[in-house]
Design a protein around this ligand. Structure first.
Ligand code: NDP
Ligand code: 8X3
Length: 252
């Protein structure tokens, strides 16, 4: 029987690339996101191209009741791999200039949303004595940088939650992995800059950033190891980036 992966935030970027990679490798999928048309289109494309079973669940991870209802609708379907990917940066401002609506979005999505989804799925993994949770963190969860304040805090929380999950789930055979990427060109910066495509593009000027497919390859790799092995943490960047502070940009 095919294994099944649930991927949050599959309507673009990493989540979409991860869905396609897992489908190519034979997984059945549950894909989620808020943009229903994109979600259904991806589900259809994957079913047509690879013949996998794909369930599309449209919900906002910030809405606890919607998360519960959507995941309960799956009944007793086994989820072998949960990929907590849905997330965003909203704004890039000094703390004194920050917009509390941006702060709410980031904390509610990146931290509380990840917890709401995990809360629905972890108990079933514990009952089965197996499963794999992969949380998409960030280099922003490893170091803070100017104007990163609340986004960095939310990704430091993902780092801490990942480590805590691994400790709490130790007796239950559930693997817990964090993937912590640096800069990758997706819709991330367009969202961060509230739709300003010029500012978004400038984030990748002068160097070759990672692609969503790079993250998908590495994410999938962490699921390919023998049952007794777990990759705990992957920090991955483009070769032009050392960490949150150092990116080597060629001058135009
Ligand atoms: P994208 O903006 O391309 O994708 C974000 C995905 O998250 C979309 O599918 C979006 O779907 C979903 N999402 C956002 N908010 C919600 C919500 N409230 N409820 C449900 N789904 C939501 O960005 P990336 O693919 O780059 O980002 C994916 C993850 O990777 C994020 O957690 C991000 O913080 C992290 N990351 C990104 C890096 C980068 O440089 N790109 C580097 C390191 C980490 P929809 O809008 O349809 O709901
Ligand atoms: C996204 C990478 O450097 O914009 O998590 O924080 S960065």
């Amino acid at each position: 029987m095919s294994k099944c992966a649930l991927i949050t935030g599959a309507t673009s970027g990493f989540g979409k690339a991860i869905a396609i990679k897992f489908a190519k490798e034979g997984y059945d999928l549950i894909i989620t996101g808020r943009r229903e048309e994109r979600l259904n289109q991806l589900a259809q494309e994957i079913m047509d191209s690879y013949g996998n079973a794909v369930t599309a669940l449209c919900f906002d991870v910030r809405n606890k009741a919607a998360v519960t209802e959507s995941i309960e609708s799956l009944g007793d379907k086994t989820i072998d791999v949960l990929i907590n990917n849905a997330g965003l940066a909203s704004g890039l401002d000094l703390i004194q200039d920050g917009d509390t609506e941006d702060w709410d979005k980031m904390i509610d999505t990146n931290v509380k949303g990840l917890l709401y989804v995990s809360n629905q799925i972890i108990p079933k993994m514990v009952d089965r004595g197996e499963g794999h949770i992969i949380n998409i963190g960030s280099t922003a969860g490893k170091e803070v940088y100017q104007k990163g304040n609340v986004y960095c805090a939310s990704k430091h929380a993902v780092d801490a939650i990942t480590k805590s999950m691994r400790i709490d789930l130790l007796p239950h055979g559930v693997k817990v992995t964090q993937i912590a990427p640096g800069a990758a060109e997706t819709e991330f910066s367009i969202v961060r800059f509230h739709g300003d495509e010029t500012k978004a593009k400038a984030a990748y000027n002068g160097y070759k950033p990672m692609t969503a497919e790079d993250i998908a390859e590495v994410t999938f790799y962490t699921t390919t190891l023998p049952a007794h092995l777990c990759i705990n943490d992957v920090v991955m960047t483009s070769v032009a980036q050392a960490n949150s502070h150092y990116i080597h940009r060629e001058q135009a």
